[in-house]
Write a protein that binds this ligand. Structure first.
Ligand SMILES: NC(=O)c1ccc[n+]([C@@H]2O[C@H](COP(=O)([O-])OP(=O)(O)OC[C@H]3O[C@@H](n4cnc5c(N)ncnc54)[C@H](OP(=O)(O)O)[C@@H]3O)[C@@H](O)[C@H]2O)c1
Length: 329
């Protein structure tokens, strides 16, 4: 059996380009005792992958040159030497950008509850990030105003919908009229501000007449800088991501730091796997809301492994609409 895989060919300086990747073919791995051989069906593309292409110090080591790009996949077990998994099971793995892989770390997913791809999004890492970031760090109370950036995306769309379910006013920030219409009309946020509309400050003020109690920050940069000045006394900022900076060679320098002092804000960074012992709790809650029709969700799908580099470039440039995936095979 032949495997196809995408490896890191070079490290980008500034924006990612397709030449940073190389597609290779090699024989598929043989599963060792305790492992399964998986044919990957879906590959998740996520902003963190930009960080893994770099060798700068981070919370996880980067991908080495020549190594398969990291990533979560959902696939089908085609051979099993695992005590609990059988041929035909659908599993979530960390096999990365390749068609086949052998692993012992595979979690069976229930495709009768939700489509297989949802375990990479709404019922996967992005959904968990939204749940724990908002609940544990944002600590929203009914009646408060929660603002989230990248609001139409995998994490942001869940944050705003949870904020509504938990009794808050949910305000999104997204790029462009079409995304904002989706955030309001289909996801049910109370308002959505188009940050590309040229009037960010006025539009945020209009959307948040009582100020902002929780800002769930997915983007950093100028949007974070403005929001710092809109937070109410004892407001909370959940620092989840800073995608506006991922491709830049010079980090954005925040000007409104003093607002943290003046308004006694709590600003806390988060990494989803800090809650790995409690994933079951979040999946139960998210799965329950989904089964009750209370969570809306959208996917952007790129076809074929060889198009994964283009998919990541588009994601980092905001050309995705909802959770970005690659359909393999
Ligand atoms: N800390 C954690 O554990 C954790 C886990 C998962 C994700 N994250 C972070 O959460 C954020 C969202 O991730 P996701 O997977 O849900 O991605 P996503 O929102 O589905 O896609 C990324 C979105 O970011 C927005 N964006 C790109 N460049 C931007 C810019 N310069 N300014 C403002 N917005 C920009 C784009 O939306 P617009 O068109 O609206 O600009 C784009 O669609 C990322 O920062 C990611 O790194 C963190």
């Amino acid at each position: 059996m032949t495997n196809k895989r995408v490896v890191l060919a070079s490290r980008p300086v500034g924006p990612v380009s397709e030449s940073n990747f190389r597609v290779e073919e090699a024989p598929a791995a043989k599963p060792a005792d305790g492992e399964v051989l998986v044919r990957n069906l879906w590959l998740s593309l996520d902003p963190y992958m930009r960080g893994r292409m770099s060798d700068a110090k981070s919370y996880v080591k980067g991908v080495d040159i020549g190594e398969v790009m990291v990533g979560q996949t959902v696939g089908e077990v085609v051979e099993s030497r695992h005590p609990k998994l059988n041929v035909g099971d659908t599993v979530l793995t960390q096999l990365g950008w390749q068609l086949y892989g052998a692993t012992r770390e595979a979690m069976k997913v229930d495709t009768s509850r939700a489509p297989a791809s949802y375990y990479l999004g709404l019922l996967g890492m992005p959904g968990l990030t939204a749940y724990f970031g908002l609940k544990e760090l944002g600590q929203p109370k009914p009646g408060e105003t929660v603002v989230v950036s990248a609001a139409s995306g995998a994490v942001g769309s869940v944050v705003g919908q949870l904020a509504k379910l938990w009794g808050c006013r949910a305000v999104g920030i997204a790029g462009g009229r079409e995304k904002c219409a989706y955030v309001k009309d289909e996801l049910g946020f109370d308002a959505c501000v188009d940050y590309k509309g040229g009037a960010l400050r006025d539009d945020v003020n209009a959307a948040c007449p009582k100020g902002v109690d929780v800002y769930f920050d997915n983007v950093g940069g100028e949007i974070l800088d403005l929001l710092l000045t809109r937070l109410n006394l004892f407001g909370r900022i959940v620092v989840c991501g800073s995608i506006s900076d991922y491709n830049s060679t010079e980090p954005y320098r925040v000007r409104n730091w003093r607002a943290i002092l003046v308004n006694r804000l709590r600003v806390q960074g988060m990494i989803v796997f800090d809650w790995k012992d409690r994933y079951g709790e979040a999946l139960k809650a998210l799965g329950g809301y989904f089964a009750e029709g209370k969570l809306n969700y959208r996917e952007s799908v790129v076809q074929g492994l060889e198009n994964a580099p283009r998919g990541l470039i588009d994601l980092l440039g905001g050309r995705n609409f909802g959770k970005q995936l690659v359909k393999l095979g």
